[in-house]
Write a protein that binds this ligand. Structure first.
Ligand code: NAP
Ligand code: ZN
Length: 354
């Protein structure tokens, strides 16, 4: 297969720039995908800038991938040329551990092969000589069991962010049993947050957005929120104390978890999906009403398909701003400033336009 155009970061300090990756021909159990769109997740920025440590360079980010199958391996039965498919945050896992057997490959005891900033597997084991490269590129080959079906009729550019932002918010809402009528707060109205609002609303919850950007009030209500609270107003932490059945915290930057815990009812849970730098935690707010604090990581393949089908049924897709690949560095800067409504999606056709 000829060298495949991509955009990569050479190290944690350098901007993304044109790059070329060797994509393999699909093996017997793989399909080759021509990528049409790739969403831009805040995790791309964290990893490119090595916020979490251990980043693998050069790095081709991108794990909100939608495209078309162009070739299938000889043993592939599930997919055919022309199928519209998605690839999310991982492309393989050990397939043997308890988590993989449970369909929760994201928690693979032997480490999932993340779609980028990670490694492919050889004989089931992570192979450090074979880095993974993500969706800021025109093509990739992926194992048939780690691919999602994009439901018919879904706009493909608006579907791409579901592969990470969609499943990352759907999974904890489901896992913690959010149901119609529950009072749910979504903290942070960004890529994840806006999907959380749409999905919780589609589940019938009463949704409140808590945002540090007062200007997002009208958007929050349009997206399906019933209420909007500006976190800059310290009074809300008194007026809404003990109000919520469930809180989903999607914020990418350091903030005071303890204040938000105080908003939970007795025996209720706040789930962190945002991954900022370490933040102090006090026992008091947890102890006082037997509250719980939990975390959640994307979702398994089975649940990701369930989420896509749920979104198709409820007419849910991401609100996006389509960009060219050469706008990616500017898009990162805008995301850090909170200037995105509500997900940047790269039009992969723009690789050929320059
Ligand atoms: P995003 O689009 O940039 O949104 C983050 C939101 O956080 C912003 O829109 C903003 O919302 C809020 N925020 C930003 N700076 C803040 C500050 N200084 N104080 C308070 N709030 C602030 O990012 P994203 O793509 O949704 O990702 C959010 C986080 O989730 C990132 O840390 C990302 O790495 C993580 N993530 C986790 C998973 C997982 O599986 N757990 C998956 C994907 C991403 P307001 O303006 O409304 O306050
Ligand atoms: Zn992501």
């Amino acid at each position: 297969m000829p060298a495949t155009p991509a955009y990569a970061a050479a190290n944690a300090k350098s901007p993304l720039a044109p790059f070329s990756v060797d994509r393999r021909e699909p093996g017997p159990h793989e399909v080759s995908i021509d990528i049409a769109y790739c969403g831009v997740c805040h995790s791309d920025i964290h990893q490119v800038r090595d916020d979490w440590g251990g980043s693998v360079f050069p790095m081709v980010p991108g794990h909100e991938i939608v495209g078309k199958v162009t070739k299938v391996g000889s043993a592939v039965r599930k997919w055919k040329v022309g199928d519209i498919v998605g690839v999310g945050c991982f492309v393989d896992s050990c397939r043997e551990c308890e988590a993989c057997h449970a369909g929760e490959e994201q928690f693979c005891a032997n480490g999932m092969s993340a779609t980028y900033n990670s490694y492919e597997r050889t004989n089931g084991k992570l192979d450090r000589s074979r880095p993974t490269y993500g969706g800021y590129s025109t093509r990739m080959s992926v194992d048939e069991n780690y691919i999602l079906r994009i439901p018919d009729g879904m706009p493909l550019d608006r579907a791409a962010p579901l592969l990470c932002a969609g499943i990352t918010t759907y999974s904890p809402l489901r896992h913690f049993g959010v149901k119609a009528g529950d009072k749910v707060a979504i903290v942070g109205l960004g890529g994840l947050g806006h999907m959380g609002v749409k999905i919780a609303h589609a589940m019938g919850a009463h949704v409140t957005v808590i945002s540090h950007s007062p200007g997002k009030r009208d958007d929050a209500l349009k997206l399906g929120a019933d209420e909007f609270l500006a976190s800059k107003d310290a009074e809300i932490f008194k007026t809404h104390a003990g109000c919520f059945d469930f809180i989903l915290d999607t914020v990418s930057a350091q903030h005071d978890y303890n204040a938000y815990l105080g908003l939970l009812k007795r025996d209720s849970t706040m789930v962190l999906v945002g991954l900022p730098a370490p933040t102090p935690l006090a026992a008091g707010p947890l102890v006082m009403r037997r509250r719980s604090l939990a975390g959640s990581l994307i979702g398994g393949i089975r649940e990701t398909q369930e989420m896509l089908d749920f979104c198709a049924k409820h007419n849910v897709a991401s609100d996006i701003e389509l960009i060219r690949i050469d706008q990616i560095n500017e898009a990162y800067e805008r995301m850090i400033k909170g200037d995105v409504r509500y997900r940047f999606v790269i039009d992969i056709a723009s690789f050929g336009a320059g």
